[in-house]
Design a protein around this ligand. Sequence first.
Ligand SMILES: [Mg+2]
Length: 307
Amino acid sequence: MNLNEIGEVGLIERIKKKIDTKDPHIIAGIGDDAAVIKSDGRNYTLITTDMLIENVHFTLQAMSFSQIGHKALAVNLSDIAAMGGVPKFCLVNLGLNKKIRVEDVDEIYKGLQALAEEYNVKVLGGDTNFSPSGVIIDMCVIGEVEPEFLCLRSGAQAGDSIFVTGALGAAAVYLAKGKYFPPTPRIKTARAITKTVKVHAMIDISDGLANDLHHIAKSSNVGALINIEDIPVFPEADTELALSGGEDFELLFTAPDAEKDKLLREIPGKTGTALTCIGKITGEGIKIKRGDGKISLLSLRGYDHFK
Ligand SMILES: [Mg+2]
């Protein structure tokens, strides 16, 4: 069977079935933004990994080496944010070839290190290899979260309000211009949110709002109804880009409707990050209310690595 027959999601489901994840220390394994491990301490350990490949996730024409280093860490920090946690350490694996100069590697680390310092993340080590076809930067970030602040994808409940941070479609607008949009990992915002209310489910928007809403709904076994007119759209983007454009790395989360006013009142002031309620979690079906008031199914969009 070819990979394109099942796609990325199908492949992950298949691997999940073949792997034994039953262990009293594993709170969450495959299928969330980061794995959650319980060890002897009070806090849970978070572990996440993300790989960037030249000409898949970046091009050397559109991005500087420093920006590649920034992006590699930012996407991992965003996954730690989505779990409600704080990043601590990282490992960096590089695939390089002879066209890459030593100074280019210095630049990768310069971009990475600037972000690492901002979030107090320490580089522990990594691996360096020859990559014949293009640059690869693969990172693993380790963080931690107090059990009471842990946010999984699977806790959304019917009646919850659905929120997004920031504005969506920025990365897609920049990409269309051949430019890099440097995402802000929403660590501080996620921490402020989890300390203000009990978040039921959270994910970072890496695959686009439509797909990531599907991820929450599927994991939580619920539906959703969002209002197209409430989606915060980045200037120059449109609602379709906001729904389908990936890599904005904003947060998408659900919380009890009774907490809605408190969140909208307190979070922007505490964090400097915009917060918008875009709809509600329902019993079933992932739907969108259009401008004319008509409600239709919100289809999956965006990118599958193998289709
Ligand atoms: Mg994620």
